[in-house]
Design a protein around this ligand. Sequence first.
Ligand code: HEC
Ligand code: HEC
Length: 224
Amino acid sequence: MTPLFGGTLDPYSKPAKVSGLACADCHADFDEAVNPDGKIRSGHSIVGVPHRGQAKGGMIKGDMFRRAAGGGGFCYQHFLQRIPADKVDPTAIPAEQAEALMAYFESVSGDNNGPQFQMKMLDKDAANAAADKIVGMKGDSQRGWKLFSRACNDCHPTPKKAGIGSQLVRSKPPKDIEKRKHKIAAYVRKGGVVMPFFAADLLSDQDLADIITFLGELSAGRKR
Ligand code: HEC
Ligand code: HEC
């Protein structure tokens, strides 16, 4: 069973400190290359984590690696407890939960090294530069609609309805659609408070161009 950390949820804390997200909302616990289920997740599969030996682009390594649940300790604090990324201590996850997670990663991984990727977290300038490029690309709104449902829908239930994520398309068109599209592209590349970033190997620049074309048309009130 996928650990859900239900025990960290404190329904009495005000304002709510917890996001309501679980590890499995953003990471597959199976090999997505072998068994694609159509979803595009912001996190890579946890298959292969024990073989990596380092996480977060080398920020988590050595003795810290197991204690930080292979990098999951960062997510535990940031995405589940809503602690700002620059204040996160990836080893603050209780030791027994880190151990249980590593044992779980080992049991689903076996010899499978999992997806190969280079982790890069973009700062604001780099995310804006990525967005500059994306808004200049020609997008396909039909394809964008399908990609939205695979990548965004779990948290933004439809573009016009808020879920864990906010309502992306308002009833009134934004003053400047191009600026709005740029903001969306930059936000996806950089991530937000609880919103995870999507790296280019999971959602390509073309994919994002298609998604912002779709959202841009909806925002402008155009029927599709
Ligand atoms: C809101 C989405 C989200 C949630 C919830 C989340 N993660 Fe992550 N996680 C990410 C993203 C995005 C990354 C960075 C991309 C990547 O490395 O896959 C990441 C990175 C990781 C990594 C390190 C990958 C690497 O090698 O750098 C591990 C391990 C991990 N998460 C495990 C977990 C565990 C365990 C939980 C639950 C306690 C969890 N995550 C919850 C989105 C999430
Ligand atoms: C795991 C949940 C999750 C996923 C998946 C997700 N979002 Fe979000 N999103 C959020 C949350 C939560 C917020 C509220 C602000 C924050 O926490 O950063 C948000 C906020 C945003 C914002 C900023 C608010 C605004 O209207 O300007 C944009 C833009 C956005 N999301 C776009 C997207 C797009 C596009 C996708 C798909 C590629 C996506 N999100 C996928 C959770 C998610």
